[in-house]
Design a protein around this ligand. Structure first.
Ligand code: DX5
Ligand code: ZN
Length: 214
């Protein structure tokens, strides 16, 4: 069964605790937390202090997507704040293997993320060490962008790479996921769907989450 990870990037930050409870009761599997530094991506969001505060309101799995340069600098802060998984971009660190080891050593799950134009060859060597690969289906930085259709065959190729190696690695997709695009990525092998504007923009959040799972 595919897991749904609503992104709080599209939540109303003035009511963050309520917004997280809303997705919890609506059947979300994970909380997707988009951390942006204004350097790796042209936008800013929040950091570990906010994660620490929202840790008090839910037991849901915290999936932290670090869109920051040199993510290794923040790993222990996110662990202390209550992160369950940290996902770093292959484009953002010079020492990806060391960074993944650091995340694992802190007792968290580890993932790597790829921008749309980054080749799957960049994850070939790290694949045996990670729990998840995140394929961006938009250019990172903002919610509410349109899904890049050419990412569907990329999901399928990653699925094949994982199968060929006999590995257990989740494939997450992030950006432009809604009831129309979800079936395409699921058919290609995605196992975790991030959705921000589709879930938080819905009148009926439970129905929106269910529509992604169907
Ligand atoms: C984009 C973020 C996404 C974003 C997705 O940089 O990584 O997680 O919240 O938003 P939607 O689902 O609206 O495309
Ligand atoms: Zn994200």
């Amino acid at each position: 069964m595919v897991k749904i990870a609503p992104s709080i990037l599209s939540a109303d930050f003035a009511y963050l605790a309520d917004e997280i409870k809303k997705i919890e009761v609506a059947g979300a599997d994970w909380v997707h937390i988009d951390v942006m530094d204004g350097f790796f991506v042209p936008n800013l969001t929040f950091g570990a202090p906010v994660v620490k505060k929202i840790r008090k309101v839910t037991d849901l799995f915290f999936d932290c997507h670090l869109m920051v340069e040199n993510p290794e600098k923040y790993i222990s802060d996110f662990k202390a704040a209550g992160a369950d998984q940290i996902v770093v971009h292959v484009e953002a660190t010079k020492h990806l293997h060391r960074c993944i080891q650091q995340i694992k050593a802190e007792g968290m799950k580890a993932g790597v993320a790829l921008n749309p134009a980054t080749s799957l060859t960049t994850v070939e060597e790290i694949l045996p060490y990670v729990d998840m690969v995140l394929l961006m289906t938009v250019n990172p930085g903002f919610g509410g962008q349109s899904f890049i259709e050419s990412m569907v065959p990329k999901v399928a190729r990653l699925h094949q790479m994982i199968e060929e190696r006999g590995l257990q690695v989740d494939i997450q997709v992030d950006g432009g996921i809604n009831a129309q695009t979800a079936p395409l990525v699921k058919a290609a092998g995605a196992t975790v769907l991030v959705a921000g504007s589709y879930v938080y923009g819905a009148q009926d959040v439970a129905q929106a989450i269910a529509s992604l799972k169907d």
